[in-house]
Design a protein around this ligand. Structure first.
Ligand SMILES: *[C@@H]1O[C@H](CO)[C@@H](O)[C@H](O)[C@H]1NC(C)=O
Ligand SMILES: *[C@@H]1O[C@H](CO)[C@@H](O)[C@H](O)[C@H]1NC(C)=O
Ligand SMILES: *[C@@H]1O[C@H](CO)[C@@H](O)[C@H](O)[C@H]1NC(C)=O
Ligand SMILES: *[C@@H]1O[C@H](CO)[C@@H](O)[C@H](O)[C@H]1NC(C)=O
Ligand SMILES: *[C@@H]1O[C@H](CO)[C@@H](O)[C@H](O)[C@H]1NC(C)=O
Ligand SMILES: *[C@@H]1O[C@H](CO)[C@@H](O)[C@H](O)[C@H]1NC(C)=O
Ligand SMILES: *[C@@H]1O[C@H](CO)[C@@H](O)[C@H](O)[C@H]1NC(C)=O
Ligand SMILES: *[C@@H]1O[C@H](CO)[C@@H](O)[C@H](O)[C@H]1NC(C)=O
Length: 675
């Protein structure tokens, strides 16, 4: 393919002089994939995983056909089997520490605007958002003086001697990473999780705890005490010299050593960090959580464990990602495994004893790291609409199963499962972010939970527990408030659309509390295989490289009038699709109940550039057009065409702080390819 002249805005940051350079970029198939991709028969793709255009074929319509109409009867008083109370920040993000400089920002004075907007969307609905910075790369992360890392960067990888399946290079970071996190928290209400390196225990490297307590303080809500210890033997990190084995009791002992060393270190003067530990984070590879619990772990360390945790991916794609020699899985052959409800109930069944145990010990349990498949996910599955349904059903099933939160993992450019991906560093001046299906799952989950902290979730086993059409009831303080309806099937004929007939009982009997009308928001695409441009109530983050983190388009919330005689509300769910039914009028909507909308426009900076070269008709339709003035201002609701009902709040940032912006208005222009 002959390529494209790309416009590159070479200097978009405040203080720098904006200018235009025209580059000819060879072999960039990547740039051809910004809209919905064609088909799997396109020329072989050679770019990075995050923008791979391969699409799969949706699984066939099930036979026999699913029953197309089913009843959902809810009760106002008493909800047997409903979950513990959940919060709106149930779904958060787990950012691999080694890519934190691509996702969060370059450093404390260069923060990624799209990241702020993506978090702001969740906060608007949930009140706060949880982000973990960690993962495999936390284990070998060393805090070094900022002067040791060149070019104002906050971390560097030591690529010498990289080993292990997930090939995690040792990491050196400066405390400016923590200042960057602190600066982010001053703009959006992010609560952070960090991790303590655990490969070396004599002594533990506790520097991150001291620095985080000093810089981030109560913005840190947990420190992970070991990441997947049950994989340490397999990955060559245990047994330690002098020991012959490594099991749950050894981990129990290391936890005790950690507490002793932390107390002696002086790095946790208030003892706060020692009360915020997270464990055991087993991957369920060789140890079950019970094997750790049965050492007496939770009682012994009750004062220290703020959260219990596990990590689980339903499967892995390591054979393809790292050429392990194991059979490579053809994504098409496993697509249907991500498109049914049974997948979630069977994945989570082994944890129900643990979540019950956690309740009995007055602890909250987290799914600390998860996504569709470890080692990067599957192309065509993890990055397609089906994964949005998968992630949302999984999130609701975890809530139903009495987890208290889950973090979807964010890797680099080389993975398929990212909720969001920043453009490659050298393209950040002319490309925007790519929003994956899992981000839509997180956004919709925040809205499904709402911001009250008194939300309960119940799997309704609807439609005779049909695995393609699951449904959940969502209660607020014991009263039915919302209904979540799924349809995993792809069938453009309309024959596989289903209709849920909802009624709400009260003391007067069946249907007595059925509202006169309900409001419905749909999560939609034409197929479970579709890549990008999914819509949530008509709004979208677009395709590859298309988003500054704000929803675009006009919000479309449906109103369904209920049948006053039958006392039922019939809500249709297209195949494929998801519907969130708000039992009541506009007051029932949750999208603005968490916090005022705080979105950042990227317009002002791009505009400087645009006026020089770009066709005004491109600008007129581009994302974020119309903002003027200070690049740091929040976008104005009308101008930014962001979500319905946002308010324009004042800016809180410090003048010294600049934000990394992509170039929304240039996206359209950059795509003009000469073929
Ligand atoms: C962040 O990076 C920019 C650009 O490289 C640099 O000018 C700035 O000094 C850095 N900030 C810090 C706090 O190092
Ligand atoms: C990089 O890693 C290698 C192998 O582990 C080690 O020998 C070397 O000292 C490291 N370099 C730095 C700068 O840390
Ligand atoms: C932002 O980061 C800088 C360090 O570069 C620091 O001086 C400043 O205090 C930070 N601001 C906030 C609000 O944390
Ligand atoms: C449930 O977990 C507890 C705590 O680990 C354990 O003692 C008990 O045996 C488990 N029960 C079952 C049925 O697995
Ligand atoms: C549902 O998913 C599970 C695994 O996730 C798979 O084993 C099962 O075959 C799938 N069901 C159908 C009908 O495809
Ligand atoms: C979740 O916890 C509640 C309250 O203890 C309980 O009634 C319910 O059965 C639990 N759900 C599951 C799936 O274990
Ligand atoms: C960006 O970097 C990659 C890898 O180094 C290189 O192949 C590509 O040509 C660069 N693109 C631009 C626009 O500079
Ligand atoms: C929900 O809980 C969080 C964390 O405990 C708290 O910060 C927030 O204020 C609570 N929200 C409401 C509406 O009470």
């Amino acid at each position: 393919m002959l390529l494209a002249f790309l416009l590159v805005a070479s200097a978009l940051l405040p203080g720098a002089k904006a200018g235009i350079t025209v580059y000819s970029v060879p072999n960039q198939v990547v740039f051809a994939t910004t809209s919905l991709s064609g088909s799997a028969s396109a020329p072989a793709y050679t770019g990075v995983a995050a923008y791979n255009p391969t699409t799969l074929i949706p699984p066939p319509v099930p036979t026999p056909a699913v029953p197309s109409t089913f009843n959902i009867q809810l009760n106002t008083g008493g909800t047997p089997g409903a979950s513990i109370e959940q919060s709106g920040d149930f779904i958060g993000f787990s950012v691999e520490m080694s890519v934190s400089n691509q996702v969060l920002g370059k450093n404390s004075t260069h923060i990624q605007v799209p990241f702020l907007n993506l978090l702001g969307n969740i906060v608007q609905r949930a009140g706060s958002v949880r982000v973990r910075v960690g993962g495999n790369s936390q284990e070998s992360a060393t805090l070094v003086d900022a002067s040791k890392i060149p070019d104002g960067r906050i971390l560097q990888k030591n690529l010498t001697g990289v080993t292990g399946t997930t090939q995690t290079p040792p990491l050196e970071f400066s405390d400016d990473l923590l200042y960057m996190m602190s600066n982010i928290s001053s703009l959006v209400n992010v609560k952070w999780f960090l991790g303590i390196p655990w490969f070396v225990t004599k002594p533990f490297d506790l520097a991150i705890v001291g620095a985080a307590e000093r810089i981030l303080g109560d913005k840190v809500i947990g420190y992970q005490a070991s990441n997947e210890p049950d994989l340490y033997i397999a990955h060559g990190h245990r047994p330690l010299p002098g020991a012959s084995s490594y099991g749950p009791f050894d981990y129990f002992g290391e936890f005790s050593d950690l507490l002793t060393q932390l107390a002696a270190s002086g790095l946790d003067p208030t003892g706060r960090a020692a009360s915020l530990l997270i464990g055991p984070s087993v991957a369920d590879a060789t140890w079950t959580p019970e094997m750790v619990f049965d050492t007496g772990y939770v009682d012994a360390y009750s004062a220290n464990l703020a959260w219990l945790s596990v990590e689980k991916y339903p499967t892995d794609n390591c054979a393809a990602a790292f050429n392990t020699g194991a059979p490579i899985i053809d994504p098409q052959s496993v697509f249907q495994d991500f498109l049914n409800h049974t997948a979630h109930t069977s994945l989570l069944a082994p944890y129900l004893n643990s979540t019950a145990f956690a309740q009995s010990k007055n602890k909250k349990m987290l799914m600390f790291e998860t996504n569709s498949a470890s080692c990067g996910g599957f192309g065509g599955i993890s990055d397609a609409f089906g994964a949005a349904l998968w992630g949302l059903d999984y999130a609701l099933q975890m809530a139903h199963s009495n987890f208290s939160g889950a973090m979807f993992h964010v890797g680099g450019q080389n993975v398929f499962y990212n909720p969001f991906t920043s453009p490659p560093t050298n393209q950040s001046s002319f490309h925007q972010w790519t929003i994956g299906p899992i981000y839509y799952s997180a956004l919709v989950m925040a809205e499904a939970m709402g911001a009250t902290n008194h939300t309960q979730v119940l799997d309704l086993q609807a439609n005779n527990n049909n695995e393609f059409t699951p449904a959940y009831a969502i209660y607020e303080s014991g009263k039915p408030a919302r209904v979540a309806l799924f349809n995993y099937i792809t069938d453009s004929t309309g024959k596989s659309d289903v209709t849920a007939v909802i009624s709400v009982a009260d003391a007067t009997g069946a249907g007595g509390a059925t509202p006169t009308q309900v409001r419905v928001k749909y999560l939609q695409a034409t197929s479970v295989a579709q890549k990008g441009s999914y819509t949530w109530a008509g709004q979208t983050f677009g395709g590859n490289f298309a988003s500054d983190g704000r929803l675009t388009g006009t919000e479309d919330i449906k109103t369904v009038d209920c049948d006053a005689t039958a006392k039922t509300c019939s809500v249709k769910v297209p195949a494929p699709g998801f519907a969130l039914v708000f039992l009541g009028g506009d007051d029932a909507l949750t999208e603005n109940k968490g916090a005022p909308s705080q979105t950042y426009s990227t317009t002002a900076l791009t505009k400087t550039v645009n006026t020089a070269t770009i066709n005004p008709s491109v600008l007129a339709t581009s994302n974020g057009h119309g903002g003027v003035g200070d690049p740091l201002r929040f976008s104005n609701n009308q101008l930014g065409s962001t979500s319905h009902g946002s308010v324009n709040t004042g800016m809180k940032t410090t003048p010294a702080m600049s934000l990394i912006v992509g170039c929304a208005s240039l996206v359209g222009a950059a795509l003009v390819a000469i073929r």
